[in-house]
Design a protein around this ligand. Structure first.
Ligand code: NAD
Length: 283
């Protein structure tokens, strides 16, 4: 990291990439965002600008603040000719796409100290398969929306060097967030534990132990969780949760077997907030 002159290359300017770029611009870092073609590049530019407008909408000089921050975001089609201090890959969650892109990045930017992936579920060791320099590769799992979230889950592969972990923790602190460090394993720490609680809550509804409302209330009032596990499942999307549960079931065993009720609700299109109905009703 080189003080205020630091630059970050974010590859993929979708929901997460745009959020990461916005957050970097907010701390004075220049973010380059690489996209595949002019149409997706324009969409990425709009996403960053929208995020900044939301961020500064209460300020009288909103337009100036947005313009000042946008000046620190450069959207490119293809990979730019720069020497960034950090690379964060944020393309869709497809193993082969990420693997080949990461191998390209590894070759194209041999001197960058940290090559990170924002994968939310894929194995860091699997993604590192074609890298010549796996010691600088690490999982940097940001949460959505990035600028508002307080956590980054760092996922350490078998070959990730200690110096890479320490340098990535420093980046997280610079973003005014907290890092947790997790060994590469299915579901990392957050999804594994979050899904375990959600699945057990669903099994309790299935068995008629209590209503969804009462289960959520019990965890919020009794255990001080900010939101109940079933309401959270509705927000994430039952289909998304089912996919993660199936992955954890295949990798970690029968304790993650998706409950029948979850499968039925997904098949019926009751996916939670996005369809208006899940364990709760969303007007
Ligand atoms: N959305 C979330 O809530 C969330 C949370 C945490 C982590 N993640 C992870 O972040 C990653 C990105 O997710 P997202 O929701 O931002 O996806 P997204 O589909 O919104 O964005 C992906 C972007 O990558 C671009 N892209 C595809 N191939 C590319 C390439 N070769 N080079 C450059 N750009 C390319 C696409 O045009 C698109 O704009 C995934 O690994 C996902 O699992 C997502």
């Amino acid at each position: 990291m080189t003080g205020s002159a630091a630059t970050v290359l974010v590859v993929g300017g979708g929901t997460m990439g745009a959020g990461i770029a916005q957050n970097m611009a907010e701390i004075g870092v220049h973010a380059f965002v690489s996209e595949t073609d002019p149409v997706t590049a324009d969409a990425a530019q709009d996403r960053v600008a929208d995020g900044l407008r939301r961020r500064f909408r209460a300020e009288a000089d909103m337009d100036e603040r947005v313009a000042e921050h946008l000046a620190r975001c450069t959207i490119t089609v293809g990979l730019p000719d720069i020497a960034p201090d950090l690379i964060v890959e944020a393309v869709p969650e497809i193993t082969e796409l990420k693997r080949s892109l990461l191998a390209d990045l590894d070759r194209r930017y041999p001197d960058v100290p940290i090559l990170a992936s924002n994968t939310s579920s894929l194995s860091i060791d699997d993604l590192a398969a074609h890298l010549d320099r796996p010691s600088r590769f690490i999982g940097m799992h940001f949460f959505n929306p990035v600028p508002k979230s307080d956590l980054v889950e760092l996922v350490v592969g078998a070959d990730t060097a200690d110096v890479t972990v320490a340098a990535t923790v420093a980046w997280v602190e610079r973003l005014d967030k907290t890092a947790i460090v997790v060994r590469d394993s299915p579901g990392f720490a957050t999804s594994r534990l979050g899904v375990a609680l959600g699945l057990e809550a669903i099994r309790m509804v299935e068995e008629g132990v209590a209503s969804a409302d009462d289960i959520d209330r019990g965890m919020v009032l009794g255990y001080k969780l900010p939101i109940g596990p079933l309401r959270l499942t509705d927000l994430v999307g039952l289909d998304v949760r089912l996919k993660i549960a199936e992955h954890l079931h295949a990798t970690l065993g029968p304790r993650f077997e998706p409950p029948e009720l979850l499968r039925t609700m997904v098949a019926d299109g009751r996916l939670g907030k996005k369809t208006g109905e899940g364990f709760h009703t969303w007007p």
